[in-house]
Design a protein around this ligand. Structure first.
Ligand SMILES: Cc1cc2nc3c(=O)[nH]c(=O)nc-3n(C[C@H](O)[C@H](O)[C@H](O)COP(=O)(O)OP(=O)(O)OC[C@H]3O[C@@H](n4cnc5c(N)ncnc54)[C@H](O)[C@@H]3O)c2cc1C
Ligand code: FES
Length: 255
């Protein structure tokens, strides 16, 4: 069930100068799925009129804990990253469809994230681990310093890395990593990150005949399917990413 309510910012940790991890407390609705997002209202930012879509990094209804991983991209996200604990933030959530989890225990999922695209993979990895499925993460960033939440990812599954400058793991982009060459052991690949990276991962998955889901980050305004500004062309025609996505099976996309 979708709700619109205030959440209390309980912690704001600057992971790097560009990325902050925000932890909120509040009453969470039932049934939040990995890959869903929140529309966050940015108060007191005169240039930010619309809510901003941010992936749910982690949500635990029992403790009322909600986490967002935020990259400074402009005024709205700068404002969020600068907020002091104790502030109240209004959010509409959960929105979108979320990733489809495999049900077989023997599954070998590969979770590929680039930059702030690692955000939804944390909750996805935790849910997979909770089902007895050990995920492998392939995390990519510009430099080793920008590989986010590595220890937490390592606590859930196996972690491979790729960096633009080769300071951690393989040098190059995520889709060029050797984990994606050939068919590999993967039963499914989940991916979130910059569009060129996701297209590269989708191409590798198609070539290997492995199922693949990607989470798109099209520009959004309403987040509710009303303004049509997030439309993506699919094999079924044009659809709103905010309601039909943000997660798509690559076979449904026209990439
Ligand atoms: C489903 C989804 C999940 C996302 N998850 C995260 C996340 O977990 N963490 C995170 O930091 N960012 C996430 N983003 C991106 C985030 O929404 C944008 O960076 C943010 O809206 C930029 O707002 P701004 O005011 O800071 O910058 P602006 O000055 O408004 O814009 C800066 C840049 O961000 C892009 N942008 C602006 N508004 C939007 C918008 N409404 N939707 C998409 N892109 C936009 C623009 O292309 C521009 O290049 C997600 C986007 C989507 C669609
Ligand atoms: S953001 Fe308005 S229709 Fe998707």
């Amino acid at each position: 069930m979708k709700v619109v309510r205030d959440f209390l910012l309980s912690a704001n940790v600057e992971l790097t100068p560009r990325f902050s991890l925000l932890t909120f407390q509040g009453e969470l609705p039932e049934g939040i799925r990995p890959g869903q997002f929140a529309q966050v209202r940015i108060d007191d930012s005169p240039t930010t009129f619309l809510r901003r879509p941010i992936s749910i990094n982690y949500a635990d209804r029992d403790t009322g804990t909600l986490r967002l991983l935020v990259r400074r991209a402009g005024d709205g996200t700068n404002h969020l990253c600068d907020m002091e604990p104790g502030s109240s933030v209004n959010m509409m959530l959960p929105l979108g469809n979320g990733f489809r989890l495999p049900d077989q225990e023997g599954s070998r999922p590969l979770l590929v994230g680039g930059g702030v695209g690692v955000a939804p993979l944390m909750m996805l990895g935790k849910e997979l681990a909770g089902k007895g499925i050990r995920p492998t993460f392939l995390l990519a960033a510009r430099t080793a310093d920008e590989l986010l939440l590595l220890d937490e990812f390592r606590g859930i599954g196996d972690v491979l890395t790729a960096t633009d400058d080769g300071s951690s793991g393989e040098k190059g982009f995520a889709h060029q990593h050797s984990a994606l060459s050939g068919s590999g052991p993967w039963s499914i690949i989940y991916c979130c990150g910059p569009a060129p990276m996701m297209k590269g991962v989708a191409a590798a998955a198609k070539k290997a005949g492995v199922a693949c889901e990607v989470s798109l980050e099209n520009m959004m305004a309403c987040g509710l399917g009303a303004c049509l500004c997030c439309v993506e062309k699919t094999v079924r025609g044009n659809v709103c990413v905010c309601t039909e996505g943000p997660v798509f099976n690559i076979n449904d996309l026209t990439w």
